[in-house]
Ligand binder design. Structure first.
Ligand code: HEC
Length: 300
């Protein structure tokens, strides 16, 4: 891991923010554990990849960022919103209003993450779109609408080249729990009121202008995305600090009769454990996905 550590050091020098260092070092700690526990034979390949600064396909980067986003959304939805409700915490669309003591709904948490990523140098775009959205700004149009039609048929991710957004990856967002269906069906702004379990409700959509990245760029994007998740979660904690009745912020998770929330480091450690193996595999092992040109016959 000597070389990797050097890369990290160079990184930490360039981004002198301490939380960047924290995010990266705990990420590599997770990678270290993963390598040691799950995949010792792969170690030489990792070294080779670092030494050669091998080019990485953009689809691998999309897969890895999607795994981080999925882990963050899953943990936020089940442990923060699910556990938080048991503890008496509230979540809603109006969470950002100054007089309201609530946290963001999962879709709005994803939007916060996307907003933080937008403020950083790597040109990685993220949004949660649909063809029947509650919020009209989440409506797919043009080539992404065609891509979403394809995705609904196959329920598989779609990789396409589009004229306006460059390389695009769309991952199905499935109605995996009853509240997805009931909240959307009952929402006053929902154009569709007969969602059912396991429907494809939308797609997590990623955009990037180029097809190849150096491993240094891959690390920079990984770092920036983990940091964006952390900042989004911190935005929620900052709001919680202003609540009328207090919530204990430490290394505890909320549950029945426990008005507690994990601090940003505890939340991020959970996200990193769930996503580290995919981030590593997409750096060195996974074959890249094939991008389709939406103008080709057959893509409709
Ligand atoms: C308590 C209500 C609620 C629950 C539960 C909920 N959503 Fe949503 N969802 C919303 C709202 C409100 C928006 C619009 C957010 C915005 O303004 O961007 C939204 C946005 C979305 C979008 C983007 C398109 C759109 O409708 O604007 C998708 C896709 C989506 N949700 C899927 C899901 C899935 C899948 C689940 C379950 C895992 C889920 N939602 C659970 C309320 C909910």
């Amino acid at each position: 891991m000597g070389l990797t550590r050097m890369v990290v050091k160079k990184y930490m020098k360039r981004h002198s923010m301490t939380n960047t260092g924290l995010v990266l070092s705990s990420f590599f700690c997770c990678l270290g554990i993963y390598l040691f526990v799950a995949a010792p034979p792969e170690l030489p390949d990792v070294k080779a990849a670092v030494i050669q600064d091998r080019a990485i396909d953009v689809s691998n980067m999309f897969n890895a960022m999607n795994a981080i986003n999925d882990a963050a959304r899953r943990i936020y939805t089940s442990r923060i919103v699910g556990g938080g409700k048991e503890a008496g915490l509230e979540f809603g669309e109006d969470w950002a209003e100054p007089s309201v003591d609530k946290g963001p709904l999962p879709a709005l948490f994803t939007r916060l993450v996307a907003g933080r990523m937008e403020s950083k140098p790597p040109p990685l775009g993220l949004y949660l779109g649909s063809d029947k959205p509650i919020n009209q700004s989440n409506l797919f149009s043009g080539q992404q609408a065609l891509g979403f039609d394809r995705l609904k048929e196959t329920q598989l991710s779609v990789f396409l080249k589009s004229d306006d957004a460059g390389y695009v990856a769309m991952y199905p967002d499935i109605a995996s729990a009853k509240p997805c269906v009931s909240c959307h069906n009952e929402h006053a702004d929902s154009p569709k009121t007969d969602w059912e379990m396991n429907d494809v409700m939308g797609a997590t959509t990623w955009t990037y202008p180029r097809d190849l990245l150096s491993s240094a760029e891959y690390l920079e994007i990984t770092d920036a995305f983990y940091t964006s998740v952390q900042e989004a979660y911190q935005t929620y904690l900052d709001k919680v600090e202003k609540f009328q009745s207090s919530v204990v912020i430490s290394n505890d998770w909320p549950e029945k009769n426990k008005r507690a929330l994990p601090d940003a480091a505890t939340f991020m450690a959970a996200v990193q454990v769930e996503s580290a193996s995919t981030v590593l595999n997409d750096l060195v092992l996974n074959p890249s996905a094939k991008f389709e040109n939406v103008d080709l016959p057959g893509f409709q």
